[in-house]
Design a protein around this ligand. Structure first.
Ligand code: COA
Length: 150
């Protein structure tokens, strides 16, 4: 699978990015500061992730999304492994990721990729998102923080 950095004047796939993060303002903000990578199928972007440097030697995978009709084919896992390789090659020592307490599939995926839970940012989604979020019948309130030493 070919994964490449978004070209300098190319429009980011905002609809895909919004699948992972419903806040358009937050997405716009981290797109300006991070590196956006994409993968295509038949000239259409079907996967995306954004890597953002946060602290010395630490980078965060702030967004990862795969077009719905391509879910469960291993593309998300390949994007994560690519992000880990990019972070390593740039000299980062730790890669972090955060997800909602209701995001059961994402928590499974990240742990299968080696990430360990490091903490809980209680009420993160209540504080930062206007709309209530429900997934898997669970109210999304807390941000589960995960990290991987690379
Ligand atoms: N429940 C349980 N396990 C799940 C799962 C789910 N809903 N979704 C993925 N997994 C597991 C798979 O079983 C697979 O494990 P395996 O390799 O042992 O078979 C592993 O995670 C990798 O799955 P993969 O096919 O690579 O994931 P994907 O291409 O479907 O992409 C997401 C995963 C999260 C990127 C995709 O579901 C998505 O774009 N969701 C919407 C955006 C989003 O929520 N982004 C993350 C925000 S924190």
């Amino acid at each position: 699978m070919n994964i490449r950095k978004l070209y300098p004047n190319e429009k980011p796939p905002i609809n895909l990015l919004l699948l992972a993060d419903p806040s358009e303002s937050l997405v716009e903000e981290y797109l300006n500061r991070g590196d956006c990578f994409v993968t295509e199928m038949n000239n259409q972007i079907i996967g995306v992730y954004v890597l953002l440097p946060t602290r010395p030697e630490t980078v965060e995978l702030v967004n990862i999304a795969v077009k719905e009709s391509f879910h469960k084919k291993g593309i998300g896992k390949q994007l994560i492994f690519h992000a880990i390789q990019i972070a390593k090659s740039k000299g980062y020592k730790t890669i972090e990721i955060g997800t909602g307490n209701s995001s059961i599939g994402q928590l499974a995926l990240y742990q299968k990729c080696g990430f360990r839970i490091t903490g809980v940012d209680q009420n993160f989604f209540i504080r930062h998102y206007e709309q209530e979020i429900f997934e898997n019948g669970i109210h999304c309130k807390d941000m589960i923080r995960l990290s991987l030493d690379i």
